[in-house]
Design a protein around this ligand. Structure first.
Ligand code: N01
Length: 486
């Protein structure tokens, strides 16, 4: 089957991918490498990059070391440091997309509104009125694309922004800045603006678990050696991998690893927070790992600064000039920053996806999103999710999962070519898998607190319950018997 998706703005192709972030680009790269070049990627924004395009707040970086937070098929000898900033990661992603020929397949400013299965193929509608048709649909929109603003009563008169919508015109230097939230985004933002701002007030509802982030610059010697002998980059990658396995064991119930990691966190607090009262307030009271453990060198020192205050009283309301807490204090500010996270559990919420018999994904997922191996859903033929339900990891690089999903999808596309009839996962298989996931997750640390990993009913819908290596084993071979017979 040969289509030419590049000849028109819309049309029929073998594969339509929604989203040009790390997931969509991994899937496209794998398909192109396998010889499938009739692939179209529909991207709602004006450039590719996903979360690394959206998140530009000061201090934004990846807290997973770059040797592992990079595609295995595109190791980068030129990383400037172990934890590079967001713009360097974005440049890396764009370079990879361009050098592998993926960029030419991307349609920018093309927001998908609906996708409908039509008995033989997917019909994909976009906000600008174009329709695309494809044998296979790969939604790769990520889990962290939709910012959440909490409903706080009252109104603030000054500028207010979510971390994922930061822009460089915001008043920072010399301003009084209020930051709501103490998750991964806040722990990067606050140290970066402390010292620039006149004062930073941090509103903490729950103290997060932290671990050291030992950054180091990568020098010219390293660039030269890895540029000349790229295979050597496997060594730091393996080293980081080993550490993430310890972290993975700690979070998934390993006693020794758990005790070790908790001790490291305690020592970090002891060394970085001299004031015992402040240390008390930043000491986590939830089990380690139930929310994402945060890797940071400068969060606790930032909270100790005289020009940074940590407020632990509950927020009551916004006032015209600041934030009022339940003790009656108004904390005045010139800029209000919501570091309040994302609607991670509402998978694909903005796109109406209708499968066989007109059933929508939203209906299929009314009790919470689920998918066989995080990728396929009964009643939705030839639909393969990337970074779908229960494929998030709190302890290693999510890119590892994305790459293995891409490899699985290539097998499925190949299989479709031979079999000629659509692939729909058997309900029995998907149900058994979901039961297993939920049973394991019900015993996991993630049920011990509320976080973006759980939907409002308490079901853990984002996270994978085991180690990444287990996921790799589970998806290594696409099992045709998991799919409905022809
Ligand atoms: O969001 P979060 P994030 N009043 O949901 C608080 C990835 N990421 O943007 O803990 C007061 O983690 C909320 O409090 P609580 C990473 O996967 C990666 O920081 O619910 N506070 C919490 O402190 C991460 O996990 C990198 O009690 C309110 C915070 O807001 C994910 O993105 C960097 C509130 C939200 O934390 C999300 O991180 C950055 C309210 N009404 C992000 N509502 C890397 O380095 C919410 N909060 C790879």
């Amino acid at each position: 089957m040969s289509h030419d998706p590049l000849s028109t703005s819309a049309g029929r192709s073998r594969v339509v991918i929604i989203g040009a972030g790390f997931g969509g680009i991994a899937a496209a790269a794998a398909l192109l490498k396998a010889g499938y070049d009739d692939v179209v990627i529909l991207e709602r924004a004006e450039s590719i990059g996903g979360v690394w395009r959206d998140n530009t707040y000061p201090g934004c970086a990846c807290d997973v070391p770059a040797p592992l937070y990079s595609y295995s098929f595109a190791p980068n000898p030129a990383w400037s440091s172990r934890f590079p900033a967001h713009d360097e990661i974005l440049a890396y992603l764009r370079d990879v997309a361009s050098s592998l020929g993926v960029t030419a397949h991307v349609r920018l400013n093309t927001s998908v509104t609906a996708a409908t299965w039509t008995d033989s193929h997917w019909r994909v509608e976009t906000a600008n009125g174009d329709t695309y048709e494809a044998d296979v649909l790969i939604p790769a929109v990520g889990q962290l694309g939709t910012p959440v603003l909490p409903a706080i009563p009252g109104a603030f008169d000054g500028p207010a922004v979510h971390t994922a919508r930061w822009n460089n015109d915001l008043p920072v230097d010399g301003a009084r800045i209020a930051v709501i939230g103490t998750g991964a985004s806040a722990v990067q933002l606050v140290p970066a603006i402390a010292g620039r701002a006149a004062h930073v007030t941090v509103f903490q509802r729950t103290p997060p678990w932290t671990l050291p982030r030992p950054n180091r610059r990568y020098g010219a010697g390293r660039h030269l050696v890895y540029g000349r002998w790229p295979f050597l980059m496997a060594l730091p990658r393996a080293g980081v991998w080993a550490l993430t396995v310890v972290n993975g064991h700690a979070i998934t119930g390993g006693r020794l690893a758990g005790a070790f990691v908790r001790t490291v966190s305690r020592v970090q607090r002891r060394l970085q927070v001299r004031d015992a009262a402040l240390r008390d307030r930043v000491t986590p009271d939830e089990p380690m790992g139930c929310k994402r453990v945060l890797f940071t060198a400068d969060w606790l020192p930032a909270l100790s600064r005289p020009d940074v205050s940590l407020v632990t009283d509950k927020i009551l309301e916004l006032t015209t000039d600041g934030v009022r807490t339940t003790d009656g204090t108004v904390h005045p500010c010139d800029l209000l920053v919501y570091a309040t996270g994302f609607a991670a559990t509402d998978f694909l919420a903005g796109i109406r996806i209708s499968g066989r018999d007109g059933v929508t994904l939203a209906e299929e997922w009314r009790d919470g999103a689920y998918a066989h191996l995080g990728m396929t859903v009964p009643g939705f033929p030839n639909l393969f999710l990337v970074y779908g339900p229960n494929t998030n990891t709190g302890n290693t690089s999510v890119l590892y999962f994305l790459e293995h999903q891409a490899a699985y999808i290539v097998q499925a596309v190949r299989h479709l070519e031979d079999r000629k009839t659509p692939l729909t996962v058997c309900r029995k298989v998907a149900d058994a898998y979901d039961d297993e996931m939920q049973q394991r997750l019900s015993r996991s640390v993630w049920t011990s607190c509320q976080s973006w990993y759980r939907n409002t009913a308490g079901r853990v819908v984002t996270n994978w319950p085991g180690l990444a290596s287990e996921y790799r084993r589970r998806v290594a071979r696409m099992e045709p018997s998991d799919y409905e017979p022809t």
